[in-house]
Every structure is written in structure tokens, then in C-alpha cells.
Design a protein around this ligand. Structure first.
Ligand code: AMP
Ligand code: FE
Ligand code: FE
Ligand code: ZN
Length: 286
């Protein structure tokens, strides 16, 4: 009987809003029985070097990132996430855009903290910045401060509309999604639409937009994700089939900032091989 290859193409480390360091993440990948794992931190390649250095024998490592994007074709614009795999981190256009996104994340998180403090919430920017520990700062780090202050019990509760979901929401200055797809391709990378039907995060884009992105160079859809119902997964598979896109599945692991386990959803080896074949930026390690 052939061994099952377990491939998880979406995982976060402390380089963004995960709670395992890149070294801990790759070791946890092996412990979870993964054969292939991607490190995909929000708007950064900052975890690559450490993950690379700590990569255990037998684990294949895909270097990637999750650029914050927006579709401006609807009013108001809809935020969305791409997954970018195996791109050249030295390619200047994409690198500059990611740097701009990270800087904006700092300013935005500071604004959210100010809003909370104006209402008497006892957290500080210094504390939140400390939780981010030099990585891309995100709302999960603010959630951590709210938990510490005893105002909510879980990250999920902190994302309720009375907190970070709406009342204390400040938008990020995301990348135009078409420009992002082009920039990832120009850097030799492979763009996949992350959790395209995750309605718990807000409005989702229409199928027609996904078709337009496919024309622009989008390579795949992350159909299998915990934020999708079984029906939504099936819809995304059918759409991918219709548009000639590959289907991926992944955990979107965030350590203790989320409840999902590594390998909770996986990608088929054939789909993974297509992603690898389409990339010219950096190789898979291992
Ligand atoms: P940000 O990138 O700062 O806008 O924060 C959004 C991040 O928080 C996403 O990467 C999610 O993975 C994470 N997150 C954790 N819990 C939730 C939740 N309940 N709703 C939305 N995002 C969440
Ligand atoms: Fe996240
Ligand atoms: Fe995401
Ligand atoms: Zn993610």
C-alpha cells in the first residue's frame, strides 16, 4: 500500500499571528505527520530563514506568504487573502509591497489600541507590539491583550462585532488583488486564493471576480478550509474545475490563536506538484 502524503499549505508562525516560532512550527509539522508544509505568514517572509534552518529531515518546506489584498470592484471594497508560494523574496516590487503592508499594520494596530483606550480599555500599544515580537502585527495580538485584561476569554470572542470585528475595527491598506496576483507571478510565485468563501470574516467576492483573477494569473483556490461548509467546499471545487484552477486544502494553523490543528485539511499530491511546477522563484526545500 502506498504511503499517504500529507500536505498542509497554509501555516502561520510568530513571524505573523501564529504562536509557534518558525522552528517550533516545522517540528510540529513533523509531529503532526506532515510530509509537506508551507510557512505562509501574513505579509512577510520573516520566518523563512529560521524555518529553513530548523527544517527536520523528511519534511519538505514550501516557503510562502499570505498577502493582504482587497477587491475594489465593490463598494465598500472587500478584503481578501492570497497565498503566494515559492516567490523570489528579493524581487523588489513584491518585497516593497509586503514591507508597506507590514508598516501599515503597525499604524493600524496602534489606531485600534487608541480607540480602545479612548473607551477606557486598559491595554497599551507597547504590550500589543510586544506580543507581535517583531513579526507582522495583527488583530490576534490585540485580542491577546484583551484576554490578558480579562475582557474576553478567547481570540474568537475578541473578533465579535462589539470588539475587533466592528466596533473597534480599523481597515488595513491592502494591495489591489489584481496587482497582487501580477506581482506574485512577476516574482516567480504561485498565487492561490485563500479561504475564498470565509463569510465569518465578512463579505466574500463573487465567482465572476474569481474568473477575472484566473485570467490575470491566479493559479488555485483553497477550497478545503475550516471556514467553509461542505457545500462551499464543493462549490469552490466546481468553480476551480470550470476555471482550470487547482484545488488546495490547508489548516491555516495559528497555534493557540485558533483551535484548528496542523493537517486538519490537506492538499492532494497532484495539486501540490502543479503548484511546484508553476513556480520559478525559489525551490521547495527537502
Ligand atoms: P488582521 O490580519 O489583523 O486583520 O487579523 C485577522 C487575522 O485574525 C486572520 O489572520 C485570522 O486568521 C485571525 N483570526 C483569529 N480568529 C478570528 C476570527 N474569529 N475572525 C477573523 N479572524 C480571526
Ligand atoms: Fe492570521
Ligand atoms: Fe487568511
Ligand atoms: Zn492564514
Amino acid at each position: 500500500m502506498a504511503a499517504v502524503t500529507r500536505i498542509d499549505l497554509h501555516c502561520h508562525s510568530t513571524a505573523s499571528d501564529g504562536t509557534l516560532t518558525p522552528a517550533e512550527l516545522v517540528r510540529a509539522g513533523v509531529a503532526a505527520g506532515l510530509d509537506v508544509m508551507a510557512i505562509t505568514d501574513h505579509d512577510t517572509t520573516g520566518g523563512w530563514a529560521e524555518a529553513e534552518a530548523a527544517r527536520p529531515e523528511g519534511l519538505r518546506l514550501v516557503r510562502g506568504a499570505e498577502p493582504s489584498c482587497r477587491w475594489f470592484g465593490s463598494q465598500p471594497a472587500i478584503p481578501l487573502h492570497l497565498l503566494a508560494y515559492l516567490f523570489d523574496p528579493a524581487e523588489p516590487v513584491l518585497a516593497a509591497e509586503l514591507a508597506r503592508l507590514r508598516e501599515d499594520r503597525e499604524q493600524r494596530a496602534e489606531k485600534i489600541v487608541e480607540k480602545l483606550r479612548a473607551d477606557g480599555v486598559p491595554i497599551t500599544w507597547g504590550e500589543v507590539h510586544g506580543y507581535a515580537a517583531g513579526g507582522s502585527v495583527g488583530r490576534p495580538h490585540i485580542a491577546q491583550a484583551l484576554i490578558r485584561a480579562g475582557l474576553v476569554r478567547t481570540t474568537d470572542e475578541a473578533f465579535a462585532s462589539s470588539w475587533l470585528g466592528s466596533r473597534y475595527f480599523v481597515p488595513k491598506s491592502d494591495l489591489d488583488v489584481f496587482a497582487a496576483v501580477r506581482a506574485v507571478r512577476a516574482a516567480g510565485g504561485v498565487p492561490v486564493f485563500a479561504h475564498p468563501r470565509a463569510t465569518k470574516r465578512g463579505r466574500v467576492v463573487p465567482d465572476a471576480l474569481i474568473a477575472d483573477l484566473a485570467d490575470e494569473g491566479l493559479f488555485g483556490l483553497e477550497a478545503d478550509h475550516e471556514d467553509h461548509t461542505p457545500a462551499e467546499r464543493a462549490q469552490m471545487r466546481a468553480l476551480a474545475d470550470r476555471l482550470g484552477l487547482v484545488v488546495t486544502g490547508s489548516s491555516d494553523f495559528h497555534g493557540t490563536h485558533k483551535t484548528v490543528e496542523l493537517g486538519a485539511f490537506t492538499t492532494a499530491p497532484e495539486a501540490f506538484e502543479k503548484v511546484v511546477s508553476a513556480a520559478t522563484g525559489v525551490p521547495v526545500l527537502g
